[in-house]
Design a protein around this ligand. Structure first.
Ligand code: SF4
Ligand code: SF4
Ligand code: SF4
Length: 571
């Protein structure tokens, strides 16, 4: 351990720690901009400069190591002046359209500018506006607001996609893709991890809010929303509630106050996905089909496989994602049942995910979803409607797609799809009394492995979250070092609870708690409190198979609930 003082507070931290880590232990806040825990630590923005004995000049706390007896001062006049100047220099090239910016009131630069009384125009303004890239179905880049922190680049590199980086030199330097092509024309997988890493309004999702408001006031349209499993665990953050608060009831009430709309629960088609996927897995095992089978509910992972590992496409489950299963069921079964023409039903999915915005544009999925809005977009709509979210009474989902299982809910966390599928596979093979909890696949380790005996057969499973971890698993399978039966992959670190469409969380919170773990716990609590723990038990699933689908992997399921994949080039 190394002993030092920060602002006079004695602290003891492991050798090799940085001043920033030691300050956290001492409960002293040092502002950061380019630093993001688990994503990037390069000491380039100079916001975290501090005075430290033994150092020449100010040092960057995020990268400077502690030493025995060191005394650190984080708020001297010299430090404050330096930070103020840094912010003013950043502002000199920043498009300061703060009032209408997507990040206004939630911008890390704006917050620091206020804290340090930075002057907007001290170094003049360089409003050489750069083109906005909005050709992608999911992500918009406005480089006139970019502060060159490179957090987005680090996030994309962690995903081992790496389609963005710094280009040119000096004042001409911008972040973009090679040869100035739009992000839409690269092998970007639309995961949005760059968006949630960005501290300012330079990256944001392609918004569908105007389309949804338009449908709500269109008398010819019946509008139905359905909400993805993880949204209940994150939406509250956009209204100041603590991270990890389950706001399912308030969320349903708020959606119903947006207009004459119905609100369904996407956990129902997470259950449906499990019914199809668990039966597909058993079918592959029993009939010598291609294994390991990979999950296919994450469109970020699916596009990654199409670009980078097309040789594994036969291994992907043919199941559509819960979003696409829900929309297909609504535009067929639900429309027939309710006497609605499919073209008059406007289907809105509320998702944690920017990749699902791309997913709805895929021809092979039938274009059943009309709009996909992120958790952030839903929060914006609720605010635009003037709804007092925090004080709403709990509402209930509409029938017949309201009640789902806890297995459907845990879909939103890494390992959740695997555990849900194992519950149903174990039941199909072992009947009543089959195990419910498979805790080895829970948690935030990058790759989780386990071996289970299901109905007398040994099933070797792996769970990877974050595409860098997925790549490791794929390479090990390719080289013959690993052999699995079933593999779950989610593109975002932690799964959908940490998706690219989730509420922005400032670096100082992200740097002090593990968002993934706290948000996931809300879903596991929801699961343990659920009346039904397994996908095959719920009334909605029973009804769907009895009245419409027949049986898992039946003819109608194949038409509506399964899909195909296409190899894509790498750019
Ligand atoms: S959306 Fe994902 S893959 Fe695309 S640029 Fe951003 S981080 Fe990279
Ligand atoms: S787009 Fe955002 S995250 Fe990327 S470098 Fe610019 S400011 Fe940083
Ligand atoms: S992990 Fe979830 S949020 Fe992230 S890309 Fe996949 S489906 Fe979307």
């Amino acid at each position: 351990m190394v002993n030092l003082k920060i602002n006079g507070i004695e602290v003891s931290v492991p050798e090799g720690s940085t001043i920033l880590q030691a300050a956290k232990v001492a409960n002293v806040r040092i502002p950061t901009l380019c630093y993001l825990k688990g994503v990037q630590c390069v000491g380039s923005c100079r916001m975290c400069l501090v005075e430290a004995t033994g150092a020449r000049g100010l040092v960057a706390a995020c990268v400077y190591p502690v030493s025995e007896g060191m005394e650190v001062r984080t708020n001297t006049p010299k430090v404050r002046k330096s930070r103020k100047t840094t912010i003013e220099l950043i502002l000199s090239t920043h498009k300061k359209k703060c009032l209408s910016c997507v990040r206004s009131m939630n911008c890390e630069l704006q917050k620091l500018a206020l804290e340090y009384n930075a002057e907007e125009d001290r170094f003049g303004t360089d409003h050489d506006l750069k083109p906005i890239d909005d050709l992608s179905a999911s992500v918009v880049r406005d480089n006139s607001k970019c502060i060159m922190c490179t957090r987005c680049v680090a996030a994309c590199n962690l995903q081992t996609v790496g389609v963005i980086g710094p280009k040119h030199r000096g004042y001409a330097k911008v972040i973009g893709s090679p040869f100035d092509v739009s992000l839409a024309h690269t092998s970007c997988v639309n995961c949005g991890q760059c968006v949630v890493a960005c501290p300012v309004g330079a990256l944001y999702e392609k918004s569908n809010i105007a389309d949804v408001w338009g449908a709500i006031v269109n008398p010819e349209k019946k509008v139905v929303f359905f909400t993805a499993p993880s949204v209940k665990a994150t939406l509250g953050e956009a209204f100041g509630l603590p991270v990890g608060t389950n706001v399912e009831g308030k969320m349903v009430s708020a959606i119903k106050q947006l207009g004459d709309v119905k609100c369904f629960n996407m956990d129902v088609t997470a259950d449906l996905t499990i019914m199809e996927e668990a039966h597909e897995l058993l079918h592959r095992i029993m009939n010598g089909g291609v294994t390991p089978m990979f999950t296919s509910c994450c469109p970020g992972w699916v596009k990654f496989a199409e670009h980078y590992y097309p040789e594994f496409l036969p291994n992907l489950s043919t199941c559509k994602s819960p979003q696409e299963m829900f929309s297909a069921v609504l535009k067929t079964y639900y429309c027939q049942k309710e006497g609605i023409k499919p073209e008059n039903l406007y289907v809105v999915s509320v998702i944690p995910c920017t990749a699902k915005k791309f997913e709805i544009t895929r021809d092979e999925l039938g274009h059943y979803t009309d709009a996909a809005i992120t958790t952030r977009e839903l929060a914006k709509m609720i605010k635009e409607a003037g709804i007092d979210f925090a004080n709403l009474a709990d509402g209930e989902y509409d029938t017949p797609f309201g009640v789902a299982s806890g297995a459907g809910a845990i879909f939103g966390a890494t390992g959740g799809v695997m555990e849900a599928a194992l519950r149903t596979a174990a039941y199909v093979l072992g009947g009543k009394g089959a195990p419910i909890e498979f805790k080895e696949v829970r948690g935030v380790r990058g790759v989780k492995e386990a071996e289970y005996t299901v109905g007398g057969s040994t099933v070797k499973v792996a769970v990877a979250h974050g595409l860098g971890n997925a790549r490791k698993v794929l390479e090990q399978i390719k080289s013959g070092k690993k052999d699995y039966t079933f593999v779950e992959v989610m593109a975002c670190p932690g799964g959908c609870i940490n998706g690219g469409g989730q509420p922005y969380v400032h670096d100082e919170i992200r740097n002090s708690i593990d968002l993934k773990t706290v948000r996931a716990q809300a879903l596991y609590d929801h699961d343990s409190d659920s009346k039904y723990r397994c996908s095959h038990e719920t009334p909605a699933i029973e009804m769907l198979y009895k009245e419409f689908l027949g049986k898992p992997l039946g003819e109608r399921s194949h038409q509506l609930l399964h899909t195909t994949y296409t190899p894509r080039d790498k750019y």
